[in-house]
Design a protein around this ligand. Structure first.
Ligand SMILES: NC(=O)c1ccc[n+]([C@@H]2O[C@H](COP(=O)([O-])OP(=O)(O)OC[C@H]3O[C@@H](n4cnc5c(N)ncnc54)[C@H](O)[C@@H]3O)[C@@H](O)[C@H]2O)c1
Length: 248
């Protein structure tokens, strides 16, 4: 037991992929989980699969009003949010010089502004209660760069800088802010990007010391740990969960 029982956790992008695995793991540790996703269908399916204590909530993390409404709905239905997991993300892989401004805007809005809006929406309550956890999913791309992902890498690096500053500002309220960085992980997003490129898949696997892609469940334990009381004295940290791809 590490203090997650009956705690409310708000996971963005939890309809599928890594977010779904995180929400499922947190529910297995007896947390009450809000499956917050722009895709109401997958959010509903995930909440139904988890069952008791899980609710589906529509959110567009790029829209402040939508974020505030989703947080308010969660607190009304489940109670005060103990932990926010900023997981929703999106990427399009292409050389920077071939990418368009509209793509940069979308990448920055989902991957960087989203976590900022979500953090802002939960923080008044956390500060008032003198407790809370924020765990954001960045990427190894945000630590070391990644060809074809220039603006995504910038947004993910931004999440790390944002989190470190929040960690400093919020420690006095006993709020912990940490970051988890996946490497290439076998999700629908990843398959859309690399699935039709066996050479790229092979190269990525070979670059990972553990010799395989990550699976969504690989990420869930690290996030659950950082959302739990076991991590009460850990803040401002960035941990890669990528089979050793990035060591820094
Ligand atoms: N899969 C990888 O290889 C990999 C590697 C590094 C980092 N990541 C990061 O991990 C996180 C999860 O990625 P994934 O691979 O599970 O992706 P995914 O596409 O499988 O899942 C992302 C979820 O976010 C939701 N979403 C997208 N835009 C949204 C919005 N505006 N508002 C609310 N929800 C929205 C989608 O509906 C989807 O359910 C992302 O932040 C991603 O950048 C993934």
């Amino acid at each position: 037991m590490r203090g997650l029982e009956s705690k409310v956790v708000f996971v963005t992008g939890a309809g599928r992929g890594i977010g779904r695995a995180i929400a499922t793991r947190l529910a297995a540790e007896s947390a009450k989980v809000a499956i917050a996703d722009i895709d109401e269908k997958t959010a509903g399916e995930t909440a139904a699969a988890i069952g008791k204590g899980a609710i589906a909530v529509r959110i567009d993390v790029t829209d402040g009003a939508s974020v505030r409404a989703a947080v308010a709905e969660t607190e009304r239905r489940l109670g005060p949010i103990h932990a926010l997991v900023n997981n929703a993300g999106w990427d399009k892989v292409e050389p920077f010089v071939k990418s368009e401004e509209s793509t940069w805007d979308k990448v920055i809005a989902i991957n960087l502004k989203g976590p900022i809006l979500c953090a802002r929406a939960v923080l008044d309550g956390m500060i008032q209660r003198g407790a809370g956890k924020i765990v954001s999913i960045s990427s190894d791309a945000g630590r070391v760069g990644s060809s074809g992902e220039a603006v995504y890498s910038a947004a993910k690096a931004g999440v790390i800088g944002f989190s470190k500053t929040l960690a400093r500002e919020l420690a006095r309220y006993h709020i912990n802010v940490n970051v988890v960085c996946p490497g290439p992980t076998n999700t629908a997003l990843f398959r859309e990007i690399a699935g039709n490129n066996p050479k790229l898949m092979d190269a990525l696997k070979r670059a990972v010391p553990f010799g395989r892609l990550g699976e969504p469940d690989d990420l869930a334990g690290a996030v659950a740990f950082l959302a739990s009381a076991d991590a009460d004295f850990i803040t401002g940290q960035t941990i890669s969960v990528s089979g050793g791809l990035t060591m820094a």
